[in-house]
Design a binder for this molecule. Sequence first.
Ligand SMILES: Cc1cc2nc3c(=O)[nH]c(=O)nc-3n(C[C@H](O)[C@H](O)[C@H](O)COP(=O)(O)OP(=O)(O)OC[C@H]3O[C@@H](n4cnc5c(N)ncnc54)[C@H](O)[C@@H]3O)c2cc1C
Length: 551
Amino acid sequence: MAHAHAHAGRGPTVTASTYPVWGWGGPDQEPEPAALTALAPVAQALLGFDLQAPERPAPLQPLPTPRLAAPAPLAGIASAEPLDRARHGLGRAYWDLIRGVRGRIDHPPDLVLRPRTEAEVAATLDWCGQAQVAVVPFGGGTSVVGGVEPAMEDRFAGVIALDLGALAGVAEVDPIGRAARVLAGTTGPNLEAALGRHGLTCRFYPQSFERSTVGGWLATRAAGHFSTGPTHIDDLVEAIRLITPAGVWASRRLPASGAGPSPDRLALGSEGTLGVITEAWLRVRPHPTSRTGTVVAFESFPAGAEAVRAIVQAGLTPATCRLIDATEAALTGTLAGGEAALLVGFEAADGPPDAELAAAATLARDTGGRLVSEQAGAAAADAWRGSFRRAPYLREQLVLLGVLVETFETAVTWDRLEELVDRVAEATRAALAQVCGAGTVTCRLTHAYPDGAAPYFTVLAPARRGSELSQWAQVKAAAAEAMLATGGTITHHHAVGREHRPLYERQRPEPFGLALAAAKAALDPGGVLNPGVLLPPDLPGSVVGPAMPLT
Ligand SMILES: Cc1cc2nc3c(=O)[nH]c(=O)nc-3n(C[C@H](O)[C@H](O)[C@H](O)COP(=O)(O)OP(=O)(O)OC[C@H]3O[C@@H](n4cnc5c(N)ncnc54)[C@H](O)[C@@H]3O)c2cc1C
């Protein structure tokens, strides 16, 4: 129950727990001060720098009074409740956590609307277009790139968060073609539970699986945790349905099509700027019945990368082919001996994939790897899996103990991989030394392709309370410059959002930027859909908000 008291000029101060605004877990999973105090010495010993006393989350600061009221037909699906507005003012990046813990919501939406039908989505878009109200589509709110933060210019009469949570569930299953029609607000666990009743799985597990939604995955071109094969949501989608201000955009269910540019390709990664995804047909499959895996130790990260390349170029498609550098292997309890760890695993629904594992192990040995004993390998793989699942929970605990903890990721061709990893790690370490005085940078390869791989970096450093946002902004800027300079993309799967927009503009062809802006102008003539995401400020149909608040 929220308690409130009046505050001049703004809404009431809310003193209820703000954990639902910034936290990952359920209401009973908010980190307790005693547990944090117990964690601190363990974490400090592992990280090698001083942690701080557990921070007590501050009450929610008063929000500005909403500038809007929903028109009568939409009033029943609108909320102006302060914690609800606050929750829809943040994603889940480090700077979202910091601001959430401090009770500071820089850009709350005026209202949260939860449509229950496509007709209500369309009515909301009609109202917003006519009244010049900006619309931020909101799935699970796990964006780490400012995709759901309603930061935008004053030219709008207001801004609403369009929460798709009430449009959820599996509406239809085609067991013959192995596909399912899924509503956009369906979360990972709910999707799998519904498909499980048909003996099927989508087999799509991003690390944010618990909270993120099908619509969010499609809108950001998310990637699951499998390292090879169909692991991007792009690979798993058969048809997409969007509601745009210009009408319904629904692609046909087809196994493949050569009919011109693909409507699905334009919808994928559109990040709420072209329309609201309401449902999609996703490819599904039977559950795998066997799994097998091993762990291989390498003296160096580049040697491990050679093995990954050999495995994928041999045509093998391991479910797991994750190379973890020595520091991350030690931090996660995967391998303690100062070696890089390669986790290789196969899955199959038609008998044990032992031959594939043997072939991968041979290639890994041929490139200098040392197979870890079966028992040690199983323990290492368990340790890794556990740390992967716990990561979102551990992250918020570390943040409360004064640790700057964040990740960023990219992809690059094999010929430039070693240079990129070295230069990005070096630039990030140098920035950390300057800005935080210490810190650790680790790297793993999360996804592997015949022509390249996706390096994923984790940063852990002592933060200075009150300066975290500018500290991280400086470190991230150094890392991003190094990534672009060495031929990487600004994101492999975390998306563009508001944060990466200027960097995305530097890597995409300029005529493509013009085509995208023209598409937006045609679909969203009022420019109300997620302004400031993907498109630059000076193109028609797009109005950009202030850059992400970095100070
Ligand atoms: C701890 C953690 C782990 C993560 N792990 C992964 C990972 O393994 N792989 C990965 O790819 N990403 C990962 N992410 C990033 C994030 O989870 C993904 O970008 C995810 O796809 C976002 O889904 P969501 O439902 O939370 O979308 P939101 O965060 O709500 O929205 C993301 C963007 O999509 C738009 N959007 C959302 N729903 C719709 C819709 N129905 N129609 C139109 N636009 C819409 C929003 O406007 C916004 O621009 C992680 C994030 C966190 C915090």
